[in-house]
Design a binder for this molecule. Sequence first.
Ligand SMILES: *Cc1c(COP(=O)(O)O)cnc(C)c1O
Length: 339
Amino acid sequence: MVDISRFPRRRYTHGATPIEFLPNLTEAVGGPKIWIKRDDQLGLTPGGNKTRKLEFLVADALAKGCDTLITCGAPQSNHCRITLSAAAKEGLKCRFVIEERVPGSYDERNSGNNFLFQLMGVEAITVVPGGSDIAAAMQKIADALAAEDRLGYVIPGGGSNALGGLGYFAGAQELQQQLFEQSLHIDRVVVGSGSSGTHGGMVAAFLANRINITLTGIGVSRDPEDQAPLVLCEAQAVCDLLELGITVPEDMVQCVGGFWQPKYSVPNAAMVEAVQLLARTEGILLDPVYTGKIMAGMLGMIRSGEISKDENVLFLHTGGAPTLFAYEDVLLGRVPADS
Ligand SMILES: *Cc1c(COP(=O)(O)O)cnc(C)c1O
């Protein structure tokens, strides 16, 4: 395995996240055999895929003597919640730029992650309209802190830069080790593809460690023509940071579209079905913005035959359950979802 120990890392999770077989879901869909890796059980409050990225990003912030984490996201951002949780644990302050991608969607009294922002004591939230220059808005906060003799550390959306991508480089190596120890043969890993740190970090690790498993990234906000270049760029940035001397081939990046519509974070009927199915067959909570749509994508590919019945498939559960509490009506069918 590629040694990445020269990069400082904070540890927020005890050991590896479990891999579980899902017998009831496997039976409900009539095969393939489905496993899940429980990255919804990563550390921090409650953890999810951003926890892995923040292990490297926060270690870097601490090494640089920063006192405040500055990051950005949508009104129900898991990334913001987990960053705030890491800040609380490390004795740092935390500020957000919230992008209202759906106009009027931010309300400080909202439930879900938004409630947790307040509970964990976010220092300040700046709300900007969709399409704003978010990097500039974060830099402005860093400048204002500097004027008060403080030192901010800016973390890009989703923690998806080269350093954040190391989180899923390490995550993929953890998976490789587990499969080896458990003598478990997996043909395909299904992962969400958003800001691309998760998918891109894994592409880099699969290449560098010769992990011979198909990696399928299901888009949560973009179709393949827009998503694949982002993932390729992230995977290359991770390889470059590690000085691996690898050029990531385009065909290593497999993106699937069509399941995130009508819009990022806006419910659709297949998501509602997937969230209900996992809750009722396996007692596992998915979320409406990411893993519900990613699971809907996997189920769709099983139904269409793109994922064949004789494969062993592993679904990466990237977390997000707090958002369920901001979508109760649509998840219980009290209001219709887009079809
Ligand atoms: C952020 C997020 C994703 C997408 O991961 P990226 O690294 O941004 O592509 C998937 N699932 C959940 C629950 C998330 O919060």
